[in-house]
Every structure is written in C-alpha cells, then in structure tokens.
Write a protein that binds this ligand. Structure first.
Ligand SMILES: [Zn+2]
Length: 355
C-alpha cells in the first residue's frame, strides 16, 4: 500500500531542507528540518477507510428521488450490522486524520442533509436498534421551517449522542457566490449551530457537494476540521480532511448495489492535473492522472464525465492516463472506476469557468 500523505510530507520536507541548505549553508539545514517535523501534523497511523453515507428524508413507501423508503434503510442497517460495521462521527474522522486516534476496522458514518424532521421520526429509531449514531448537517437559515427539525429537536439529537454539523446558512451553490459571501455564509452557519448546541460545530457538508480551492480554504479558515462532498467512493487515510467523499443513497438503490459499495475501495492517484478544486477555462482541458494503486492496469480503468464515457490514453510505464473531457459551464463530475478485485472508485468536481 502507498502512503500518499507521508510521501507528500517527505517531498515538502526535502524541498524545504534543500532550500534551507542552499540559502544558509549546511548548519542551518538541521534547524529547518527540526522545525518542519514539529509543525507537520502526524497524520493517520493506520490505513483505515470509512464508508460515509449521505441521506436526506425518509418515509415508508417513499417515491421521491431523494427520499429513501424507511424499509430500505432498515435493510441497509441490517447488512451493515451483519458485516460488523461500527458507526463513527465526523469528529472521530477528524481525530483519525489528524493522527490523534484510530478508527474501527469497519467504519460507517451516517450523514443526513437538509434538516428533515424524519431524522427523528424515521431514521434515528431504526439506528437506535444497532447503537448507531450519525450527524445532522443543518441549513441554519431554515431550522424550524415546515418539515424541518426545530432547534429543540436538534438538541435532542445531540443529547442522544449525535453530532450537529453545518450544511451552510443559505444552501446556495457556494461556487456561484463571491469570496466575501462564501466566507460570511460559512462563518454564520457555524456560529448559528454553536449558539444552539453544546460545544463546537466541527463539520460541514458542501451544498450540492460543490467546492473549489477557495471554498475549501475558507472552510478551513472558518474552523471546520472536516468537510464532506458527494464525490463517490469510500473516504480513507489518504484524504484531505476538507474533501471527504460521501456515497449518496437515493430511492431505488438496491441492497445488492449497497453491498457492492461496502466492498469497494478508493482508487488512488498520486498526482492529478489540473489539481482537484482548480477551475479551468478550457471546455476540453487535458487532464492527466498518475495511478498509485499497485496491481491496477492503467488501461483497465473507466473514465466518465457526468455519466458520459470518456476515452483516454494509457501510459503503463509512467502509470499515467490522459484524457480531454468535454465540460459544461459550471460544475462537472469526473469519475474513474476500476471493476477488478477489489472494485475501486474515485470522483471529483471540476469547475469550468469560460473566460
Ligand atoms: Zn442540501
């Protein structure tokens, strides 16, 4: 297995040491090195992955796309329990990624977006049977609105061991807001949650799963320790804490499909260009990605953009694939799948901003 975080840390460290050496001579080198080692967070000590699931409303016999039938959720919980999954919360994922603690070998994180009152009436009672807890990501502007949890109910969830996160204040597509508006929204929703609950609001779910480099930076500066997208595949030890993927569960996902998600691992790239979160002005940019997983042939991958298959060139020696997806203006979802054993998947958002 490759340890990408360590590799990146080592490269940064060597570069800084080299820089220090050139500038100030050999004696200064060890000082620079010592300083960097102290400043660098330890990172995870183990190679864990966690299946983060994203739900919205639930009701018996639900028919709407984002509403999961309560009976389907019951089946999903039974399968997770049968396979020995333990639930973890965003703060535990943050602790793990910061190197402060470990995660169980089979970890699942239940997340619920958009304040639906059905968290309390449908989802939580079923989860209670297995001792599972989750996180409610609140649109703070609409807590208490029709069909939404009230702040009293939010506190009830927290007292039952759930975590309360932010899903922004306005639920706007953050990629369409100005830097000032993004910053204000992220700080406002965190403060609104903290005014109503005990302790800190450490986690964020990006509205519509949309992000770019500046949104991720504002998220960190606002004090969130972890943030979730709706990119696909499991989260794992290699992830940026502010870009954690979540598997969205919707109406009609069969229990077989759900089981396959649990068997999947992340597909790892050592390098992606343009980097994740960087906007592009070209409609058909050249994307290159260097594969890090041993045992996966570059030409065995399947690439798609918003569900449309994309042809690519594979360079097995360099372990690189190159492709030019046709992008629409705004957010596009790039996805790479490997259908060998184990199945592997990764996806990310690329924002096309024509000049
Ligand atoms: Zn939402």
């Amino acid at each position: 297995m490759v340890d990408l975080r360590r590799m990146a840390t080592l490269i940064t460290l060597l570069a800084l040491v080299a820089l220090g050496g050139c500038r100030e001579g050999p004696d200064a080198t060890s000082d620079v090195e010592a300083e960097i080692v102290v400043d660098e967070p330890a990172g995870p000590a183990t190679e864990r992955s966690v299946m983060v699931l994203c739900y919205h409303a639930m009701s018996p016999g639900a028919t709407a796309f984002y509403d999961v039938p309560t009976e389907d959720f019951a089946e999903q919980l039974a399968l997770l329990d049968e396979r020995g999954y333990e639930s973890v919360l965003p703060s535990e994922i943050a602790d793990y990624l910061e190197g402060r603690s470990d995660l169980p070998e089979r970890a699942v994180c239940f997340t619920f977006d958009d304040n639906h009152a059905s968290i309390l009436t449908e989802s939580k009672p079923l989860m209670d049977r297995y001792g599972y807890t989750g996180v409610a990501f609140l649109i703070t502007d609409s807590v208490g609105a029709r069909g939404s949890l009230t702040w009293d109910q939010v506190r009830e969830l927290q007292q039952a061991g759930w975590e309360i996160g932010s899903h922004s204040h306005s639920h706007e597509r953050l990629t369409r807001l100005s830097p000032g508006e993004i910053e204000a929204d992220l700080r406002k929703s965190k403060a609104a949650v903290e005014e109503q609950i005990e302790g800190e609001c450490v986690s964020l779910a990006y509205p519509y799963g949309l992000y770019d480099r500046s949104i991720v930076e504002f998220t960190g500066e606002a004090g969130y320790r972890v943030a979730f997208t709706i990119d696909r595949g499991p989260a794992d030890w290699t992830d940026d804490p502010l870009l954690l993927p979540r598997q969205m569960v919707v109406n009609g996902n069969s229990i077989d499909t759900f089981g396959r998600w649990l068997d999947q691992e992340k597909l790892h790239f050592a390098e992606i260009d343009p980097p994740i979160g960087q906007g592009v002005d070209l409609a058909t940019p050249a994307v290159t990605a260097r594969l890090a997983d041993d045992g996966v042939a570059v030409n065995a991958l399947e690439v798609s953009v918003d569900g449309r298959p994309v042809a690519y060139e594979a360079d097995e020696d360099a372990r690189e694939l190159t492709f030019s997806p046709e992008l629409n203006e705004g957010a596009n979802n790039l996805r790479v799948n490997y259908y060998g054993t184990p199945r592997r998947e990764v996806s990310w958002v690329i924002i096309h901003e024509p000049n």
